[in-house]
Write a protein that binds this ligand. Structure first.
Ligand code: HEM
Ligand code: HEM
Length: 196
């Protein structure tokens, strides 16, 4: 582990980075293939496999990939958002409490959208209009969440003068303010995993 103020430290392991950028690519493709179902459906199932693997990695992966590192109680998320509003939010090496909540919401919504898409092509729901609406609305709701996610990434990058997108590519972040790392704003859930 690099010392305070010097160099960079590993934060996102290879799995998290490959998972992230592959999911981004497949998710974008889902929006342009809705009329090409032989591509739309297999790609969605590929996303499902990625999400399930990410959930498993959330229990056994490296330190900042673990749910215990970034899932906080709602009170801590609210406190973080309040701090963010006043421009005094702490820097986290892993996901901050609001980002962590968004990560869980995105994973959940991906499964929901895929389930609604699958249901809408089953014989039982093929001609049930509302199921197709559920698929349409949930896919677009998730898209809105992604806009919020990217806005949060940009906001947080500006606040702490660090490039979070680059960190999701290289896996590394500046080692500065190491001492402030990762202690949740409020009580986190469960124990911490081992360091990367
Ligand atoms: C081009 C658009 C996107 C950019 C620039 C972006 C950027 C990022 C960054 C920088 C992080 C790390 C945040 C942090 O430092 O705490 C992150 C995490 C994450 N993003 Fe995105 N993102 C994008 C689109 C998406 C999309 C489309 C999805 C899913 C449909 C998504 C899902 C996630 C998830 C699940 C994580 C958590 C990563 C993990 O712990 O495995 N992102 N994103
Ligand atoms: C993350 C995964 C998925 C995303 C982001 C997604 C997104 C979309 C979007 C944006 C549309 C256009 C909706 C409209 O304009 O009405 C659409 C249509 C459609 N999707 Fe998906 N989809 C996903 C997964 C699936 C899956 C797993 C299936 C089926 C196995 C599926 C089946 C369909 C069908 C049949 C349509 C045509 C419109 C309809 O009849 O509802 N989708 N999807």
């Amino acid at each position: 582990m690099a010392g305070q103020g010097s160099g960079t430290v590993p934060v996102w392991d290879r799995f998290v980075r490959v998972f992230h950028w592959t999911t981004v690519t497949l998710f974008a493709l889902e929006f342009v293939t809705d009329r090409i179902q032989w591509i739309h459906q297999p790609l969605a199932y590929a996303i499902l496999v990625l999400v399930l693997a990410r959930v498993a990695w959330g229990f056994v992966g490296s330190r900042h990939a673990r749910f215990t590192d970034f899932v906080h109680r709602p009170r801590a998320v609210r406190a973080y958002l309040e701090d963010l509003r006043h421009g005094r939010a702490r820097r986290y090496l892993g996901h901050n409490p609001a980002g962590g909540a968004m990560v869980v919401a995105i994973l959940f919504m991906l499964v929901f959208v895929i389930a609604s898409g699958w249901l809408s092509v089953t014989p039982e729901f093929l001609h049930v209009e509302w199921m197709h609406h559920v698929h349409h609305i949930s896919a677009h709701l998730l898209l809105l969440m992604i806009f919020a996610h990217v806005a949060g990434v940009i906001w947080s990058s500006r606040l702490h003068r660090e490039n979070l997108v680059r960190a999701m590519i290289t896996g590394r972040k500046s080692a500065q303010v190491e001492a402030e790392d990762s202690t949740p704003a409020g009580p986190g859930i469960g124990a911490r995993g081992p360091a990367v």
